[in-house]
Design a protein around this ligand. Structure first.
Ligand code: SF4
Length: 358
C-alpha cells in the first residue's frame, strides 16, 4: 500500500504535495536569515542543484523582516522555521512565508497557537508540525520508558490535534530522530494513523559520509513503503550536498526520473587507465545534462565492453586507450586523454544522433 497516494493534497506556494504528487526535495539554509543577500545567494545555488522547497530559521524580528526580501529574490516556496515565539510565526506569515514549521507544544500556549493558526488561515498556508526525538516531552519519555517511536508518534498526533481543535487542517507532519531504526518505526506507525503529508528526514544525520549513509538507509526504508511526501537529507556541510544526495536517493528508488545515471566499475588489478579520476570527471561533466540515460565507465576490455553495452553509452578502458560504446556498438577507440571530450561530444549531440526518440 502506498500511503503517499492517499495523503491530503497540500499547497506550498506554487508547489503541491500529497495525494500521490511527486516527492519533493527540501533543504534548509545555513546562512543568517537576517542577511537576505547571502541567504538569497545560497537559495539560488540550491535551486540550481534541484532544491524544490527551502526552509529558513526565523529566530527574531530582523529575520522575519528579511523574509520579504528573500521571497522576492528566489523562485521556490519558502518555509519559515519558528521556535518558541509565536510572534515570529505571525510576522513570517505576514512577510510572505509559504509555510511555517512550528512545534505547537513550545509556542506559548493555546491562545498564542490560535493567533498563529489565525494568521495561517488568513493566507491559507500550511503549518508543518514538527516533532524531534531530541525534544520529546518528559511525560512521554516516562510513559514509554525512554525516547521511543511510540512516544514520538503520540507527541506528533497530540500536536496535530492541537491545530485540528482550532478548526485548521492545512497541516504537514514531520517526525524526526537521529536513530535511523527508531525513525523508520515511527513512520511505519504514523502513516496509517494520519493522512496529512509527511516530511521525512533523518535528523542530525552527521557529516557528509555518515550523514549520507544514514539518510540513504533510513529514507529508503521509509520511502519504499510508500511513506513520505517531501524529504530532506540532513548533512553537516554545504546544503547543496543535501540536495544532490536527495536527488540520488529518489532516483535510486524510482521516485524521480531524468538526469544521467553513471555506472562505474570498482576497478581491480586489470584496470590500466585512471578510472577513478575518469569516473569522477564524467560525473562532474554530466551533472548538468537533461538526458534520461545511463552512462557506463568501465575499467577494462574484459568485462568493460559487456557492461558498457548495457548502458546507453559507455567507456571501456584499455592500456592508455579506451573504447567508446554507443547502443551496444563500439564506435571509436581513443587515447585515454581524449575519452572525456569524446563522451561530451556524444552527449551534446545525443538527440541529433536519433537517440532518445523512441
Ligand atoms: S570492469 Fe574490468 S577493471 Fe573494472 S572491476 Fe571489472 S574486471 Fe576490473
Amino acid at each position: 500500500m502506498s500511503y503517499r497516494e492517499h495523503t491530503k493534497v497540500i499547497k506550498i506556494g506554487d508547489r503541491v504535495i500529497g495525494g500521490g504528487n511527486p516527492v519533493l526535495i527540501q533543504s534548509m539554509t545555513n546562512t543568517k536569515t537576517q542577511d537576505a543577500k547571502k541567504t538569497i545567494e545560497q537559495i539560488l545555488r540550491l535551486e540550481e542543484a534541484g532544491c524544490e522547497i527551502i526552509r529558513c530559521t526565523v529566530p527574531d524580528h530582523e529575520a522575519a523582516a528579511a523574509l520579504k526580501e528573500i521571497k522576492r529574490g528566489i523562485n521556490i516556496p519558502l518555509v519559515a522555521d519558528i521556535h518558541f515565539d509565536y510572534r515570529m510565526a505571525v510576522e513570517a506569515i505576514e512577510n510572505g512565508a509559504d509555510k511555517i514549521r512550528i512545534n505547537p507544544g513550545n509556542i506559548g500556549g493555546k491562545e498564542k497557537l490560535s493567533e498563529v493558526v489565525r494568521a495561517a488561515r488568513e493566507r491559507d498556508i500550511p503549518i508543518r508540525v514538527g516533532v524531534n526525538s531530541g525534544s520529546l516531552e518528559k511525560d512521554l519519555i516516562e510513559k514509554y520508558g525512554g525516547v521511543t517511536a511510540e512516544g514520538i508518534v503520540e507527541s506528533a498526533l497530540d500536536k496535530v490535534h492541537m491545530i485540528e481543535d482550532l478548526g485548521y487542517g492545512n497541516i504537514v507532519v514531520s517526525i524526526k530522530s537521529s536513530n535511523v531504526l527508531m525513525c523508520v518505526k515511527a513512520h511505519e506507525m504514523i502513516a496509517p494513523l494520519c493522512n496529512y503529508p509527511l516530511h521525512v528526514g533523518i535528523t542530525e544525520a552527521g557529516t557528509l559520509r555518515s550523514g549520507n549513509i544514514k539518510s540513504a538507509a533510513g529514507l529508503a526504508m521509509i520511502l519504499y513503503q510508500g511513506i513520505g511526501d517531501t524529504i530532506r537529507v540532513s548533512l553537516t556541510g554545504d546544503p547543496v550536498e543535501e540536495v544532490i544526495s536527495a536527488k540520488k536517493i529518489l532516483k535510486t528508488l524510482g521516485l524521480r526520473k531524468g538526469g544521467i545515471e553513471i555506472v562505474s566499475c570498482p576497478t581491480c588489478g586489470r584496470t590500466e587507465i585512471d578510472l577513478i579520476g575518469l569516473a569522477n570527471e564524467v560525473e562532474k561533466m554530466t551533472a548538468g545534462y537533461d538526458l534520461d540515460i545511463k552512462v557506463a565507465v568501465m575499467g577494462c576490455v574484459v568485462n568493460g565492453p559487456g557492461e558498457a553495452r548495457e548502458a546507453d553509452i559507455g567507456i571501456a578502458g584499455g592500456k592508455g586507450v579506451g573504447l567508446l560504446i554507443r547502443g551496444g556498438e563500439i564506435i571509436k577507440k581513443l587515447p585515454e586523454n581524449e575519452l572525456l571530450s569524446a563522451l561530451k561530444y556524444e552527449l551534446d549531440h545525443w538527440n541529433d544522433f536519433g537517440n532518445g526518440t523512441e
